[in-house]
Design a protein around this ligand. Structure first.
Ligand code: ADP
Ligand code: MG
Length: 568
């Protein structure tokens, strides 16, 4: 429809706009980073589509981003010659939020502005951040490949609705014009804009250009020249030498690829040569995303082939249990027209995945094994945020199972809290003389585990027991029989044999007791015949009169409960 249409924002957009304008005001300059980031994404998308359809370049192959401003009109404009948007694209992308995890995010909002402000940084605000400094935004765009008269003008004051109308737009791509709010005139300065670009967007691989300004001695003022200058370094960050990249640049690049506002926990940057040649720049976030448990989520690795963007979320490049890792992998070997299907089969991809997995585990080991408090704290943060996901690796990654096992952390009877900070190695180091097994108990909650009657005998003997209460624990344990040659043994299973930990007198006493109560046990067995498989005398309880145990090779009571809860 060519006429002007007025459409309402999705309810979440309205909420987001409100929240954002108030909570991000003190950090308002980030709008420029967000809009430049979108322009860069748009260029990546064009390059990718053009691999199979060169005509999309329309004789304008030099991709760039231009930032300009108009002091009289009080506007800033960010222009790109990337993929552009059709009318339908504009309605969909600039009227709704498509991000995964959106529902979870909005359900977490409390209405308390301070708390919500902390959340919004995690969510990422993107295009709408323009409304922090603008009371009206005009977007003019045309999608690559569409005729000039199929351009679109989108406009909104950010209040609740927006308009779209058809325009002629000879140049492919998108121009976003911010009509600044009262009092935001600081941004109408070439110096100010350049410094923001250098601070937040230097890593963008496209040139970001501005009109050159020069001091005019006669006019005693700066004059705008008819000449463009490039403000950023304009080379892909991951392709630069490590020595030429500052920590701040690594952090800004993380924000760009992850859509996270926070800083990463740790990162690794390497060029790998050999059988397969590729560059990896991988980050572990400091906070778990809202959609960590979303099964359809694909992961956060962007794939490039010789600097050309190929795809987001290339899940084949990282195992599922490392789906929280963000970053870029740039391969020198893969063909440009590689598809998700080809990735699945590719030998090169397998080599990259294995190499990247090793890198990530190496990075975690460095934190976990460090003597420095700061690094240790980082590992504790990592474990709190992503430990449960890493546990999936025990079942998923046979090759690295032992490395992953060393990275696991548990709550334990050694401590008086539910904090998971005991490693298998810590446990083994504290094992009693004559103890051969690593003992654990599984339960639905920490309180249930800690108060389990099965622990009584262990307390009495001063033997440590690991308290396992995460949902994935039972599943994980089915893939992990031992650590360092010590069998992992449930305190709740079968006929608990404390072996050498029992002394001779105890053994003798036990035999006598069994003899003494033989008749009673037989009677109980008969009367409980249809309810219990067996009735035994136990020596593992000290305070409780009786407890239920699972047969050696049966599902534990806790796993049965979980399977039932999952509807199986
Ligand atoms: P995100 O970048 O995380 O997807 P944004 O809010 O920043 O979220 O942008 C929303 C969407 O709007 C983008 O995914 C894209 O489809 C579209 N968009 C925004 N800016 C541009 C642009 N300059 N060119 C083409 N599409 C754009
Ligand atoms: Mg964006």
């Amino acid at each position: 429809a060519p006429e002007k249409q007025t459409l309402g924002f999705q309810a979440e957009v309205k909420q987001l706009l409100q929240l954002m304008i108030h909570s991000l005001y003190s950090n308002k300059e980030i709008f420029l980073r967000e809009l430049i980031s979108n322009a860069s994404d748009a260029a990546d998308k064009l390059r990718f589509e053009a691999i199979n359809n060169g005509a999309l370049f329309e004789n304008d192959p030099d991709l760039k981003i231009k930032v300009s401003f108009d002091k009289e009109k009080r506007t800033i404009t960010i222009s790109d010659n990337g993929i552009g948007m059709s009318r339908d694209d504009a309605i969909e992308h600039l009227g709704t939020i498509a991000k995964s995890g959106t529902k979870e995010f909005f359900s977490k909002l409390s209405g308390d502005q301070q708390k919500d402000a902390a959340l919004i940084g995690q969510f990422g605000v993107g295009f709408y951040s323009g409304f922090i400094v603008a009371d009206r935004i005009t977007v003019e765009s045309r999608r690559a490949g569409l005729p000039a008269n199929e351009g679109v003008r989108w406009e909104s004051t950010g209040a609740g609705d927006f308009t779209v109308e058809a325009i002629d737009k000879p140049n492919r791509g998108t121009d976003i014009t911010l009509h600044l709010r009262e009092g935001e005139d600081d941004f109408l300065s070439s110096w100010k804009i350049k410094s923001i670009i250098r601070k937040y967007s230097d890593h963008i691989s496209l040139p970001i250009v501005m009109q050159k300004e020069e001091w005019d001695e006669e006019k005693k003022d700066t004059v705008v020249k008819d000449e463009l200058e490039t403000v950023n370094q304009a080379s892909a960050l991951w392709a630069r030498s490590k020595n030429d990249i500052t920590p701040e640049q690594y952090v800004e690049f993380y924000k760009h690829v992850s859509h996270d506002f926070g800083e990463p926990l740790i990162y690794t940057h390497n060029r790998v040569e050999g059988r397969s040649e590729y560059t990896q720049l991988l980050y572990i976030p400091a906070k778990a995303p809202f959609d960590l448990w979303d099964r359809n989520k694909r992961g956060g690795i962007k794939l490039y082939v010789k600097r050309v963007f190929i795809m987001d979320d290339a899940e084949q490049l990282m195992p599922v249990y490392l789906r929280f890792v963000k970053g870029v992998i740039d391969s020198a070997d893969l063909p440009l027209n590689v598809s998700r299907e080809i990735l699945q089969e590719s030998r090169d991809v397998k080599v990259i995945r294995e190499g990247s997995t090793k890198r990530v585990l190496g990075m975690l080991e460095e934190l976990a094994n460090s003597d420095e408090q700061e690094q240790k704290d980082k590992y504790a943060t990592f474990w709190t945020e992503f430990g449960q996901v890493l546990k999936e690796g025990i079942g998923e990654d046979h090759t690295n199972k032992e490395r992953i096992a060393k990275l696991l952390r548990f709550a334990s009877t050694q401590n008086d809290s539910d904090v998971q900070n005991v490693s298998f190695a810590d446990y083994v180091g504290r094992m009693k003389e004559g103890q051969d097994n690593i003992y654990y108990v599984t339960a639905e909650t920490y309180a249930a585990a800690k108060n389990s009657p099965h622990l009584e005998i262990f307390r009495k003997k001063g033997i440590e027991v690991l308290l396992l209460t995460d949902r994935v624990d039972e599943w994980m344990l089915s893939f992990l029989e031992n650590f360092d040659g010590k069998e992992l043994t449930s305190v709740a299973k079968g006929d608990l044999d404390l072996g050498k930990l029992e002394d001779e007198t105890e053994k003798k006493q036990h035999q006598e007791t069994e003899e003494q109560y033989k008749d009673l046990i037989e009677k109980m067995k008969t009367s409980l015949a249809d309810k219990a498989k067996d009735v035994r005398i136990t020596f593992r309880l000290t305070d409780s009169p009786a407890c239920l145990v699972a047969e050696e090779h049966e599902l534990s009571a806790n796993l049965v409960r979980m399977l039932k809860a999952a509807g199986q």
